[in-house]
Design a protein around this ligand. Structure first.
Ligand code: UN1
Length: 508
């Protein structure tokens, strides 16, 4: 089937229909809704949003602190119900949110659908988890005392989210904070304000009080910094660069008053180790998915492919062929595999890295001709570099670096550990014991064996790194919500109270 031909659409596909796919895997129902929605969002201005200044940010924290008591006292079952309500509404509005993601964040249609589904998953998972975790736990203790462990919210949380998952990570952070009884100051990335605005409208409509969830647009340097510095902030959750995570960490440490927790999820130089027993077709599929899909704009994306010298040449040849098959172009077209990077600054930054690699390394995948009229497009690139320690920066784009290795794979994993990041790692081998031994040796949050290294599933593959890649706990995992909670151990001397009452009654 020619993927570029327009699809004949029977009229019944304009209503809600079960998913039907053509031979290219295109969901016909989604395709039917796509064109009119993109047309509706065709204006150059996606949305107009008010920008906050530092003073506004501080006032918002005050309002969130005032709103906290009543939201925290709202029973967890009610808070969970509100989030589930929002999940249902989001699911029902999937096509509209997809169109917005394509328009504002240049997501391909496939990535947009996956992101809306992930956002729905976050809302439902944190609703369930909060209900599970926030029941008082009775603890066995000495006779005559009752002991109970209770979790409550902590207060206003500042949620600072990135443009690469402007819906899923934005809503994941917000849902985690709200489910556990905190109020929220949400500071979305400057590049993607409209998606955040629509997501907040959805939560307000589902029943989150306006003061319990406030949206603050503006630059990180002013609005983000003012929020972090404001008195009364109970916690900060941040996804973005390691450098900004450290700035936030220092700002929190410098504040007067209580020690404020930070949950940070940052970048990675994610590697995939391939030994000579690996299946080449599987490796190539995993590489294309992990390094080039989403234009490489995922913190989980593959940056460093480590090929055993016995398998390197055929695998490189196959990657070259596969990369040539990828279509880079307009994200609104279903045929597009690789859309533009987020903005001019990102584009220029990646181009700087490419110029450096062109002079220092061997180019393996030549850039394809860009279609005219699409800004900030970077087609897949791959380079061979001589050693792992020559790779120092995370390049946030569709750029893969390849290193050949021989000898012991443990030594290769140690070299990856020395880079200091620790987010995702791929291992491709048909020797099971080797996969387990290497996984145990790697200082890394998520290890994927014989598959791609992106797209962690909420509740199934808790996601997050260590070292330069973040603080943990893992998003979408059973320990995440604990960090948003205050714990209180309640010990009551039941004999004293009861005994005294009985004694007084007897005397009277
Ligand atoms: C990110 O790119 O900032 O596993 C994190 C994945 C995604 C990662 C999102 N959940 O690919």
């Amino acid at each position: 089937l020619d993927r570029h031909a327009s699809l004949p659409l029977p009229p019944e596909l304009y209503g809600p229909v079960p998913a039907r796919r053509n031979s290219s895997g295109v969901d016909l129902a989604v395709e039917a809704m796509r064109a009119p929605l993109l047309a509706a969002h065709a204006a150059t201005t996606v949305a107009a949003v008010p920008e906050f200044d530092a003073q506004g940010a501080e006032a918002a924290v005050g309002a969130a602190a005032a709103a906290w008591r009543s939201w925290n006292r709202t029973p967890v079952a009610r808070r969970a119900a509100v989030l589930r309500h929002a999940a249902d509404a989001l699911q029902a509005e999937l096509p509209r949110f997809c169109a917005l993601l394509v328009k504002e964040a240049f997501k391909t249609w496939g990535d947009a659908v996956a992101e809306v589904r992930e956002a729905v998953d976050f809302l439902r998972y944190y609703a369930d988890e909060a209900e599970r975790l926030m029941q008082p736990v009775a603890l066995p203790g000495p006779t005559g005392e009752s002991n109970e462990l209770r979790l409550t919210g902590r207060g206003p949380w500042v949620c600072i989210s990135p443009w690469n998952f402007p819906l899923a990570i934005f809503l994941g952070q917000v849902a985690a904070a709200l489910a556990t009884g905190n109020t929220v100051l949400a500071k979305p990335a400057e590049q993607t304000p409209a998606v955040a605005l629509e997501a907040v409208r959805l939560l307000h409509a589902a029943g989150v009080p306006a003061e319990a969830l406030q949206l603050l647009h503006g630059p990180g340097e002013t609005v983000g910094a003012a929020l972090v510095a404001a008195p009364g902030v109970a916690g900060v959750v941040f996804t973005g660069s390691t450098q900004v995570a450290k700035i936030i960490h220092r700002a929190l440490a410098a504040k007067d008053g209580p020690i404020v927790p930070l949950i940070a999820e940052t970048g990675g130089i994610n590697a995939m180790l391939v030994d000579s027993s690996a299946l080449p077709e599987q490796v190539v599929d995993a590489v294309v998915q992990s390094a080039f899909r989403s234009a490489g704009q995922r913190c989980s994306a593959l940056r460093l492919l480590l090929l055993h010298e016995g398998i390197a040449d055929p695998v490189i040849e196959m990657i070259r062929g596969a990369a040539r098959e990828l279509t880079a172009g307009d994200p609104a077209l279903l045929a597009t595999d690789v859309g533009p990077v987020i903005d001019r600054e990102a584009f220029d930054n990646i181009r700087r890295h490419l110029r450096r690699l062109d002079s220092e390394a061997t180019r393996l995948v030549a850039p394809a001709d860009a279609p005219p009229g699409i800004d900030n497009l970077i087609s897949p690139h791959a380079y061979e570099v001589p050693a792992i320690d020559r790779v120092s920066d995370e390049i946030f784009g569709p750029v893969l670096q390849v290193v050949r290795w021989s000898g012991e794979p443990q030594a290769v994993i140690e070299a990856v550990n020395r880079l200091g990041f620790g987010l995702t790692l791929g291992i491709q081998t048909r020797i099971d014991s080797r996969a387990l031994a290497l996984a145990a040796r790697a200082h890394v949050g998520n290890v994927y064996v014989n598959r791609n290294i992106i797209g962690a599933v909420v509740g199934v593959q808790p996601f997050g790194g260590e070292g330069l890649s973040g603080t943990g706990p893992k998003a979408g995992g059973p320990h995440y919500l604990l960090r948003f909670c205050a714990e209180q151990t309640l010990t009551i001397n039941t004999t004293a109270a009861g005994g005294n009452a009985a004694l007084l009654a007897a005397i009277a």
